[in-house]
Design a protein around this ligand. Structure first.
Ligand SMILES: [Zn+2]
Length: 410
């Protein structure tokens, strides 16, 4: 193995001490003492790896290894070290430590690259504390506004107040924005958080893109009535219509693989055992890595639903709650990762990322690429989250080869 797997693993264990829970997981929110201590530790690793470290206006930690040729744009690697409540020790942290390991290995081998290389630990990716995430990556891409800083945590503390308490100046956030011309690419290694790699018995995966969620709320109105006194052919039952719509959603989404659709909330009113429902509300989370596919699927599902409701005398209203564009990975970076997988000896498996990651914020900023490391049982956002030492090492070796290619002119 090119990189030092033991060192990487020791650091993972060491960082897991900050915000540690009794059952082995971590709770590490942004702008807290636990996060500050973890950041200081990360700074010490970056220094040990031979990087120059800075902390920008939103608290992003940036370690930099200069390139051989001056003024070339930097190749960025990164992830986050904040966690969800009662989270695991790999989510985010592995990507940051893998990046540091890549640079440290290069420096130990006296390898220079044409382009500078940076490793970034982004501030608050998860959004667990304020219900608003990817703060650091938004700031770097220049899309974080002062208004965003008014989101509050459960104690009523705004991002702005938390930043001040952490010694940052919220009026300066625009200084964290980078000129896109100073960045060549962004590559993130992350645990898969799903079971696809495990089911294929493959340790590392090539990510095709980051799916964007479309959230809609559907309201169907019919006629409430007596469950015993209303014959079947005289009903306008919105729940029966919703059920048929959901079957269409499942059927059509399966035809558009790897798109995924989830109805996670269902509200039936008035909700009596012996009452035909008068109104039904349900949520739909629809995702794909291609906006075109997702748009087509959305149109198809909605037109089927409107037709069905019209036939059954049901009123339907669809409200959009959130529409996040997917972020496809760059063709060029994907082919570099593919070659790196070959070099390290991992069979190729391409899969989409259903979960969001910092790279999404760079969709219109720079080319992005992602490498997934197999997750045990697909468990994540849970103390039981696990990836083996070997898999973490192999993934970091793939990252190493990828960065070495991207940071040199052909
Ligand atoms: Zn993450």
């Amino acid at each position: 193995m090119t990189i030092n797997q033991e060192r990487l693993w020791n650091r993972l264990e060491e960082l897991s001490q900050f915000g540690k829970l009794e059952n082995g997981g971590v709770t590490r929110f942004s702008f807290t003492e636990a996060e500050r201590k973890a950041k200081d530790k990360v700074i010490s690793y970056m220094v040990e790896a031979g990087m120059k470290v800075t902390e920008d206006a939103v608290g992003n930690l940036i370690g930099r290894k200069e390139g051989r040729i001056s003024n070339l744009p930097a190749v960025l690697m990164g992830s986050h070290i904040d966690s969800v409540p009662k989270g695991g020790i790999f989510d985010g942290t592995l990507g940051v430590l893998a990046g540091i390991e890549v640079v440290q290995t290069m420096n130990e081998k006296n390898i220079e690259t044409d382009h500078p290389i940076e490793v970034i630990a982004f501030t608050d990716e998860e959004g667990s504390r304020f219900g608003f995430g990817m703060i650091g990556s938004r700031a770097l891409a220049g899309t974080l506004n002062y208004e965003h800083l008014q989101y509050k945590d459960t104690e009523g503390i705004t991002i702005e107040q938390a930043m001040k308490k952490a010694g940052l100046d919220p009026t300066q956030i625009s200084k964290a924005a980078r000129n896109p011309e100073s960045v060549k690419a962004y590559v993130e290694l992350h645990i898969e958080q799903g079971k696809v790699l495990e089911n294929h018995d493959i340790s590392i995966g090539l990510v095709s893109g980051i799916a964007g969620p479309l959230w809609t709320r559907w309201t169907l109105k019919g006629e409430a009535g007596h469950a015993g006194a209303t014959p079947m052919n005289m009903r306008k039952d919105p729940l029966m219509a919703a059920t048929k719509i959901m079957l269409h959603i499942e059927e059509e989404t399966k035809k558009s693989e790897p798109a995924v659709a989830t109805v996670g909330q269902l509200n039936v009113k008035p909700g009596g055992v012996n009452v035909i429902p008068g109104e039904v509300e349900f949520s739909l989370d629809l995702r794909d890595i291609s906006l075109e596919t997702r748009d087509k699927l959305e149109d198809l599902i909605q037109s089927l639903a409107y037709r069905l409701c019209q036939n059954e005398g049901i009123k339907i209203n669809i409200e959009t709650l959130q529409r996040v564009d997917p972020a496809p990975c760059s063709k060029e970076i994907k082919s570099v990762i593919e070659a790196s997988l070959r070099k390290v000896g991992v069979p190729l498996l391409t899969l989409p990322s259903g979960a969001g990651h910092d790279g999404m914020q760079f969709k219109d900023f720079c080319p992005i690429g992602m490498i997934f490391v197999r997750s045990k049982d697909g468990v994540s956002h849970n103390p039981a989250e696990w990836s083996s030492k070997e898999d973490c090492g192999v993934g970091t070796s793939v990252l190493y080869e990828t960065i070495l290619q991207l940071a040199n002119r052909k």
